[in-house]
Design a binder for this molecule. Structure first.
Ligand code: GSH
Length: 235
């Protein structure tokens, strides 16, 4: 994780005219979309475990996706999915656990029972957290999201042996970071509000997260995300 940062070349996204891949040929493939925060969770996990050579990244253009993706790979037609050992698995929160448990590389979930328990709580809360934020964009987001961000600030006070939820960077952070990255962009650019104001632990969490190479490599393109966000939520 502390190795010097060299930006991995991002392969171009596959589209409706891309040839099908030689599925189930023994290659492990992680299907993602560069804009997708769910897919980003699995991508970060792959990177932080140093699995760049073991898990091939296959970006898909969701706006113009190849028909074979639904037909031959993942019938739900969503990303992320992981082709591994002749099976295809999905659901980002399941995938991050699966990649952590079934591949080599430093474990991303601690063994300490108190940390594990709190990590599980945080991971089960993440859908409530994210789904509570989006509807506020049509209302008063600063006011209406305040309790949700305070929850994270308080959670970051639970362990003091590092800046992350469970001390060291873990699956609990991975569950949240791609969404926080997007919320920070939207709040600062559109609502002119700093979500870390008055939340020093959250500020440090973001700052320290930005130093983790495996995560840095996956960060969303700010302009592209803002454009997509405006179309989807503000149109
Ligand atoms: N619960 C799923 C959600 C995945 C998801 O909704 N991905 C979006 C992209 S961000 C998708 O593939 N959408 C395509 C579609 O719904 O057709 C997970 O955690 O993996």
């Amino acid at each position: 994780m502390a190795t010097p940062s060299v930006l991995e070349v991002r392969p171009p996204a596959l589209t409706s005219i891309s040839e099908p891949l030689p599925f189930f040929d023994g290659t492990t493939r992680l299907y993602i979309c560069y804009l997708c925060p769910f897919a980003q969770r699995a991508w970060i996990t792959r990177n932080c475990k140093g699995l760049q050579d073991k898990i091939e990244l296959v970006p898909i253009d969701l706006k113009n996706r190849p028909a074979w993706y639904k037909e031959k790979v993942y019938p739900t037609n969503k990303v992320p999915s992981l082709e591994h050992n002749s099976k295809v698995l999905g659901e980002s929160l399941d995938l991050i656990r699966y990649i952590d448990a079934n591949f080599e590389g430093a474990p991303l979930f601690p063994t300490d029972p108190a940390k594990r328990e709190f990590g599980e709580q945080l991971i089960s809360h993440v859908d409530t957290f994210t789904s509570g934020i989006y509807p506020t964009f049509k209302g008063d987001p600063i006011q209406q999201t305040s309790a949700a961000f305070d929850y994270l600030e308080n959670a970051l006070g639970k362990f003091d042996d590092g800046p992350f939820f469970l001390g060291q960077f873990s699956l609990a952070d991975i569950a949240y970071v791609s969404f926080l990255e997007r919320f920070q962009i939207v709040f600062s650019e559109i609502f002119k509000h700093d979500i870390t104001a008055g939340r020093p632990k959250l500020a440090t969490w973001i700052q320290e997260g930005n130093k983790i190479d495996g995560y840095k490599q996956t960060k969303v393109d700010r302009e592209e995300y803002l454009e997509a966000f405006k179309k989807k939520f503000l149109a």
